[in-house]
Design a protein around this ligand. Structure first.
Ligand SMILES: [Zn+2]
Length: 271
């Protein structure tokens, strides 16, 4: 009987905790979190556009949820690059990365301190997405368990392994109110994920991480040579396409520079 009662109490507490966080997304900011010049775009589109350079955008997305507070989707390339005017070459991809401002400064301009960020959800653990996680030691990192396991095996850890983390397996309605839904979209990396955001005025937006890098790669379902799993990559793109159709959602492709530039950037926001 006592056991039943404590179980019931636990259930009530969980429901109350979920209700306390339930709410809606009232603001979504697009923040410039770096850019790169790549010498040969065919690394991302095998056999296509060989030897042709391309520029990448790299965004962070600051999301305000009325119940849970601030959530950051990806953190961009490391803030250290803001001090290097000619950028830094990454040999493996032939990309030279730049940052025109730090993430911390961009947040400060919005009146947001690192301690105000309660959650950091990361699409995956490549350096252009997790470069600044450790600047938010109080935030909970929301990541797929498969990605976390993969990260822990890397020679250089993408962020402090002691960081508070919420490990997810598959899709997850983060605050149980349909406003922010993590979508498991593996293939680029073993535990890659995307985020479905519901906004009152804008409607649904899918932040697709690196499920596709450019508009043309999305349109032609091109899969980079270095993805961890080709079949999973293809299946994840189809999953995103199904959700876009069902929700009449917009797809925001993080690294596609022309479409990124067409978005309103902070301090403006989407609601
Ligand atoms: Zn990337």
């Amino acid at each position: 009987m006592a056991k039943m009662r404590s179980l019931l109490l636990t259930v009530i507490l969980l429901v109350v905790a979920a209700a306390a966080r339930a709410g809606e997304v009232d603001r979504l900011y697009v923040i410039d979190c770096g850019w790169a010049h790549a010498a040969d775009q065919s690394l991302w589109s095998p056999g296509v556009n060989v030897g042709i350079p391309i520029d990448f955008s790299d965004n962070c997305y600051l999301i305000h949820h009325t119940g849970a507070g601030y959530l950051l989707w990806d953190t961009g390339i490391t803030d250290r690059l803001a001090a290097l005017p000619s950028g830094q070459l990454v040999q493996a991809t032939g990309q030279t990365w730049h940052r025109s401002q730090t993430l911390v400064a961009a947040l400060a301009a919005l009146g947001v301190k690192p301690a105000d960020v309660r959650y950091i959800a990361v699409s995956h653990v490549h350096p252009d997405h997790v470069g600044n996680v450790d600047q938010f030691p109080e935030a909970t990192v929301v990541i797929q368990k498969a990605e976390w396991d993969y990260a822990l095996k890397l020679p250089v850890k993408p962020f402090n392994p002691e960081h508070n983390a919420q490990l997810i397996e598959g899709d997850k309605d983060l605050f149980d109110d349909g406003s922010l839904t993590i979508l498991s979209t593996p293939g680029h990396t073993p535990g890659h994920q995307s985020l479905l955001v519901r906004l009152k005025k804008t409607g649904y937006v899918v932040l697709s991480g690196d499920a596709a890098h450019f508009e043309a790669n999305w349109a032609h379902r091109r899969i980079p040579a270095f993805n961890s799993d080709k079949a999973q990559s293809a299946a994840s793109m189809e999953k995103i396409a199904r959700i876009i159709a069902a929700k009449h959602a917009q797809l925001w492709i993080n690294h596609d520079k022309p479409s990124s530039e067409a978005l309103r950037h902070a301090p403006e926001f989407y609601e």
